[in-house]
Design a protein around this ligand. Structure first.
Ligand SMILES: Cc1ncc(COP(=O)(O)O)c(C=O)c1O
Length: 403
């Protein structure tokens, strides 16, 4: 007798039930209204510390006006892929502005950061190649490597020597090293200069995903590479998103003109998808200009980060070594993180509990994000609520460096 074919829907339901019983089920919540850092959910107004709107641009009237203007002139949808008839003036102007800001020859828009990373890795890598990645890289970098068919090696977080050993073990394979610039769940910055030197020595190509550094780091907001003074020669592949500090949606890859031309030819998530709405590109161009010009947004964000870190260190909270807008509090178990988030919500604060598999087992946390849209009083309110948290002793002992 043949064994019956497994039922895929049943298997998925079992996996979901397992998540539920391990307290790891993710829940979708509908936000009824957003107003700066305030979110309304089910009739309650909550002060949010979980958005990636680091510069407070998502509701800027100039972005909204640019979006409206372009929508009036061009309509809503781009109506096709870039290579058919979807590539509009707004896209071209945004690409030029992004290339100029990041100091690269050219930039290429993608509909999302996820697709940009899939596109770059799939276009560049093939079976038999080597892809070396930080263990804490964003999921889409890992998925891109898997899609490419290359051999994926993951080194312990920020361990340049381990990355060097992985490259040295495959001296003849074409190799790409990929790292987040600012790590999305930890907020720390990758050892970018050391990684660039390693890649130069090993003739490996370096890809930096600066989703969380772009707009925020560097004097002019050009990101973690700008802050580290690393140009196109040292870091040939820069990817960043428009959906975080720029308050819009979408992403881009920036680099040499031949690289971008190659992506246009071979990056399937670029070729076989509808171009982002031109109105969105128009709004993002406005965001680029504001983010460059209004340095006070970065200064205000930095002041919020300092205030939070100082207050959290005084309270003995388990801070991580993060200089960025992402300030995780490591609580260990998924139960502890969930209980802390629920307790904060009862006090009118929205902070997400991040649990496995998004972070490694035993490293569940509150992912607190700060924004230029916050005021000092908001940060103080968060600190006051955190003071009432009963943190597990081990987490307190783990500590972090203070300010
Ligand atoms: C480091 C990193 N890269 C890429 C992405 C994906 O970008 P997008 O949301 O535009 O798909 C994210 C988060 O969303 C991220 O945190």
């Amino acid at each position: 007798m043949t064994t019956p074919r497994p039922d895929l829907l049943h298997r998925l339901a079992v996996q979901t039930a397992e998540r539920e019983s391990a307290n790891l089920r993710r829940r979708l919540r509908t936000i009824d209204r957003a107003e700066g850092p305030w979110l309304e959910i089910g009739g309650r107004r909550l002060l949010s510390f979980c958005s990636n709107d680091y510069l407070g641009l998502a509701q800027h009237p100039q972005l909204i006006a640019a979006l409206n203007r372009a929508a009036r002139e061009e309509g809503v949808g781009s109506t096709s892929a870039h290579l058919i008839c979807g590539h509009r003036r707004e896209h071209a102007e945004l690409e030029e502005a992004l290339a100029a800001w990041t100091g690269r020859e050219r930039a290429l828009l993608f509909s999302t950061g996820y697709m940009a990373n899939l596109g770059v890795l799939q276009a560049l890598l093939a079976r038999g190649d080597l892809c070396v990645q930080d263990k804490l890289n964003h999921a889409c970098l890992l998925d891109g490597a898997k899609l490419s068919g290359a051999e994926l090696k993951r080194y312990p977080h920020a361990d340049v020597d381990a990355a060097a050993r992985q490259l040295a073990a495959h001296p003849n394979a074409a190799a790409l090293l990929a790292t987040d610039g600012v790590f999305s769940m930890d907020g720390d910055v990758a050892p970018l200069r050391e990684l660039a030197q390693l890649c130069a020595r090993e003739q490996a190509t370096l890809l930096v995903d600066d989703a969380h550094g772009f707009g925020v780091l560097g004097d002019d907001g050009a990101g973690s590479l700008g802050a580290a003074n690393l140009g196109q020669h040292e870091v040939p592949l820069l990817m960043a998103t428009l959906g975080k500090a720029l308050g819009c949606s979408g992403a881009f890859v920036a680099g040499s003109a031949p690289l971008i031309e190659g992506l246009v030819q071979f990056a399937r998530p670029y070729i076989y998808t509808t171009a982002m709405p031109p109105a969105l590109a128009g709004a993002a161009l406005e965001a680029v200009q504001l983010a460059q010009k209004e340095a006070w947004r970065r200064e205000k964000l930095a002041a919020m980060i300092r205030r939070f870190r100082h207050g959290a260190a005084e309270l003995g909270l388990p801070l991580a070594t993060s200089p960025s807008a992402i300030q995780p509090l490591l609580l260990g178990s998924a139960d502890a993180a969930l209980a802390a988030a629920q307790m904060l919500e009862r006090q009118g604060l929205l902070v997400t509990a991040i649990r496995p598999p998004t972070v490694p087992a035993g490293q569940a946390r509150l992912r607190i994000t700060l924004s230029a849209a916050h005021e000092e009083a908001h940060v103080d309110r968060l600190l006051a609520a955190l003071e009432t948290l009963r943190l597990p002793a081990a987490s307190r002992a783990a500590g972090g460096d203070p300010v």
